[in-house]
Design a protein around this ligand. Structure first.
Ligand code: SF4
Length: 230
């Protein structure tokens, strides 16, 4: 008995060929892309200092494409920092109450966790401690802006070395004076909140109130842009 070929008239009548096309309304949508959030805006430690000094400086720095002139004061401060670094490397660590320690200058720091970067003037490394130091050319007293700037650096050093930092110093170059600053949990919390506030301000692109301390406006490079300041 020979093999019987299928009848060509019924060869296409397989179950699959008999299915009617699926209506568009029943075709499932392709899976939507996985939701993701944008990474936080990357900031520098200088932003913390500026925010505490006058929040409006943040707006001019991050939201307006201003061409910033290099003022004489800025230039002078930069030169003073450089020559201080040279002198500092020859000095003892007595100003910091230390008998030993290794100094590292202009330390570039980054924390992905905080989305924060900065260049710290100096870090002193002892067998027990990591101590951030910021140099200041001003003759004024220790300001809140200096304290929180130093705290932000301390947090970057902690992320860098995975070791707690409990204090730092602000060194006033003209007076050759080091002022110790304790890095407390409250100060860390302030820095974290400030980073959130700064990012919110940048995202909204809204000009905030300027500082209440009119004296700060006298030498401010943005004074010409602040209509409410003389
Ligand atoms: S001029 Fe005064 S209010 Fe305006 S950005 Fe400068 S410090 Fe702030």
């Amino acid at each position: 008995m020979g093999i019987t070929k299928p009848d060509s008239s019924t060869a296409d009548a397989s179950p699959s060929s008999m299915r009617s096309p699926i209506p568009d309304s029943l075709v499932p949508n392709p899976p939507s892309p996985t939701p993701y959030s944008l990474p936080p805006i990357s900031l520098t430690v200088t932003a913390i200092k500026q925010f505490v000094y006058c929040p409006r400086i943040i707006y001019f720095t991050y939201c307006l494409p201003l061409k910033r002139p290099t003022t004489y004061k800025m230039q002078e401060g930069k030169l003073e920092h450089e020559s201080n670094e040279e002198r500092e490397s020859r000095r003892s660590l007595r100003a910091y109450g230390l008998s030993e320690g290794e100094r590292h200058f202009a330390v570039r720091l980054t924390s992905e966790r905080l989305a924060l970067t900065g260049v710290l003037d100096m870090v002193i490394v002892t067998p027990q401690e990591l101590i951030p130091v910021e140099f200041k050319s001003s003759t004024g007293s220790l300001g809140l802006n200096h304290k929180y700037q130093l705290t932000a650096y301390a947090m970057l050093v902690e992320d860098w070395k995975d070791k707690a930092v409990r204090r730092g110093f602000v060194y006033f170059i003209p007076q050759k004076r080091a002022v110790e600053v304790a890095v407390t949990p409250n100060m860390r919390a302030f820095v974290k909140k400030a980073l959130g506030d700064i990012r919110g301000m940048i995202a909204k692109e809204m000009i905030p109130e300027g500082t209440r301390h009119a004296g700060r406006c006298v030498d401010c490079e943005f004074k010409n842009y602040c209509n409410d300041r003389e």
